[in-house]
Design a protein around this ligand. Structure first.
Ligand code: ZN
Length: 414
């Protein structure tokens, strides 16, 4: 059964949000900037209009607590953007959650059920790692916030919270057992759906991300007078490892494993000096922790080989490991059923290569995620876009899945 949404209203909301911090065809709305705070207030006003009791909490999360009911679903995403980036990353999921709340909470058939809307601060990592959703789930200490620094301007998160008028507010905490689960929609940010002529993706797992630092130690020396045969060039050693990884990783990788050297720093980094040190930031992503473990061992082997064969020393250090997060089977089925109704035959199950707030919520309750196509697979760029038609279809799938999940729960509890 379809629970009809108002597609024009969904598009109007998204276009309004795009005006807040507009940059070319995208937005610049970093966490806790004036524009981000304006977008939070925008959401607060929309939630008031549906008789929710919205609050902005002490870490910049918006929570729209709904009417007192027995069965509640939590839905949302984030409102800040990457710097000078896309208009739909995050905003789409918040507006879908808002539309689902508007349609379901005001529907007599759902008297005993409600969708509650959340916008989680700093999913994009300006100050930390998924701080808003982790804070809501009780996984952020005061000292982590004390230490959080903006990666662009080095400003303290405490100062940004104070400037936003949030310093004195308490942080909201997830009440155990309050929700039947968490539902989030997002633009795919890749080109899988578009290249396969599909309209919707049901996320199976959110990939784990394992990050490493590889340090090379050579010998800094004169680039003109040092004979090639006796050099210990740390930069060259790092470059060689990149090539070796590129040769060896495909043999051990899963079908969707990806790996990236995101930063290579040479020290001292001058044209006439042979680098004495090099540092390489390396990342592996996969939906299966066994594959991640296999790739990790291979990385350690390759670094040990490089160290042994010289002339530079090489050492690898693990920086952070987020584990893959499985989406709930019943939530996947609800999204799939709704997708089959709205876009028959044009949907698929797929892992998410990007991190999302849903991976945090999956540790607390059943969670599900829906993807809509990204034109050209572009994201984290102001050219990010999705057609109006796909936006509206996605909103309908999302609301239908939310309604079905609530209906199932009502049937059980009655
Ligand atoms: Zn996002």
């Amino acid at each position: 059964m379809t629970t009809p949404i108002d597609g024009t209203r969904v598009l109007r909301d998204l276009y309004e949000l795009r005006k807040i911090g507009e940059y070319k065809t995208g937005v610049h709305r970093p966490s806790l900037s004036n524009e981000h705070v304006m977008s939070l207030q925008w959401l607060v006003e929309r939630l008031k209009a549906i008789d929710a009791e919205p609050i902005i909490d002490g870490i910049g999360n918006v929570l729209g607590y709904g009417k007192p009911t027995t069965v509640k679903l939590l839905a949302g995403s984030h409102l800040e953007s990457q710097n000078y980036a896309g208009w739909l990353d995050g905003a789409l999921g918040v507006v879908y959650a808002l539309e689902a709340a508007r349609v379901i909470n005001c529907n007599d058939a759902f008297n005993a059920a409600a969708v509650e809307v959340g916008a989680w601060c700093d999913e994009e990592g300006h100050f930390g790692h998924l701080l808003g959703s982790r804070s809501f789930c009780g996984d952020v200490t005061e000292s982590e916030i004390d230490a959080a620094i903006n990666r662009t301007d080095s400003g303290k998160m405490r100062d940004a919270l104070a400037k936003a008028g949030l310093a004195q507010k308490k942080r909201e905490r997830l009440e155990t057992g309050r929700y039947i689960g968490y539902l989030e929609a997002h633009v795919e940010q890749g080109d899988w759906l578009e290249s396969n002529d599909l309209e919707a993706g049901v996320v199976t797992t959110i990939v784990g991300v394992w990050q490493f630092k590889v340090n090379f130690e050579g010998f800094q020396n004169h680039a003109g007078t040092t004979r090639m045969a006796i050099r210990k060039d740390a930069g060259l050693a790092a470059a060689k490892l990149c090539v070796t990884i590129d040769d060896c990783f495909p043999k051990a990788a899963g079908p969707r494993t990806v790996w990236t050297t995101g930063r290579l720093t040479l020290d001292p980094g001058a044209p006439s000096i042979i680098p004495g040190k090099a540092e390489m930031l390396f990342q592996i992503r996969d939906a299966d922790s066994r594959v991640l473990a296999r790739m990790e061992s291979l990385l350690y082997e390759l670094v040990a080989d490089a160290d042994r064969s010289g002339p530079c020393h090489a050492q690898v250090e693990s920086l952070r490991k987020s584990q893959p997060a499985k989406m709930d089977e019943r939530f996947q089925a609800a999204l799939e059923t709704a997708a089959e109704r709205i876009v028959p035959g044009k949907h698929t199950r797929m892992p998410s290569g990007a991190g999302h707030d849903a991976q945090i919520f999956a540790g607390q309750m059943p969670a599900g995620m829906l993807f809509v196509p990204s034109i050209g697979g572009i994201s984290h760029h102001w050219l990010e876009n999705t057609s109006n038609e796909d936006i509206v279809l996605g909103a309908q799938i999302f609301t239908d899945a939310a309604a079905d999940l609530l209906r199932q729960e009502l049937a059980v509890s009655s």
